[in-house]
Design a protein. Sequence first.
Length: 166
Amino acid sequence: MAEPRCQVPAWRSDFPVDWDEDTRSSRRMFTQICAGSSAALFLANVWILLKSAWRKPQIFPKTRLLGIGDIPVGGSKVVAYPSPSDPVVVVRIETDRYVAYSQKCTHLSCPVRYEPSQKVLACACHMGLFRIEDGSVLAGPPTRALPRVRLSIVGQDVVAEEVIPA
Ligand code: FES
C-alpha cells in the first residue's frame, strides 16, 4: 500500500518550528531593516545638507606670487597658492599678461606643465591638454577645466587674489 503524498516529513518533528510564525517574523524583520536603512540614509543626507549650509566660504589672501620680471615672456613658474600644498603654474603669455592655474590635473591630479611650443598646459599622465587662455580642456580624459587663479599686477608684483573653481 502506497503512503499518502502530503504526509509531513519525519525530520520536521526534530525541528519543531512554527512555520507560519517564522515567515511572519522574517517579513516583519525585513520591513524593519528597510525602514531603518531608509531612516539612516535620510538622516545622513540631512546632516550633509546642514554641514554644507553652515560651511564658511573660503577666504583667499592676496599674496605676491612673483615679480613681473621673474619669468620671461613665454616662460612659466610653479608657486604655491593659497596654501603651501596647492601648487599653481604661473605663465607669462605676453609682456604684461600673466595667467595662473592649479597644477593638479582635473583628471587624476597629476601635475600639469606649460608647453610653450604648443601654448598649452599638458598633463603627461594621460596626455590631457588644457587651453592656456582659460584652462579649458582641449584633449584627453579630463572633463573639467583647471581651477584658475585670478591675478593682478600691483607695482612690480604679480599678486594672486582668489582661486576660481572650474
Ligand atoms: S591625470 Fe592628467 S590626464 Fe590623467
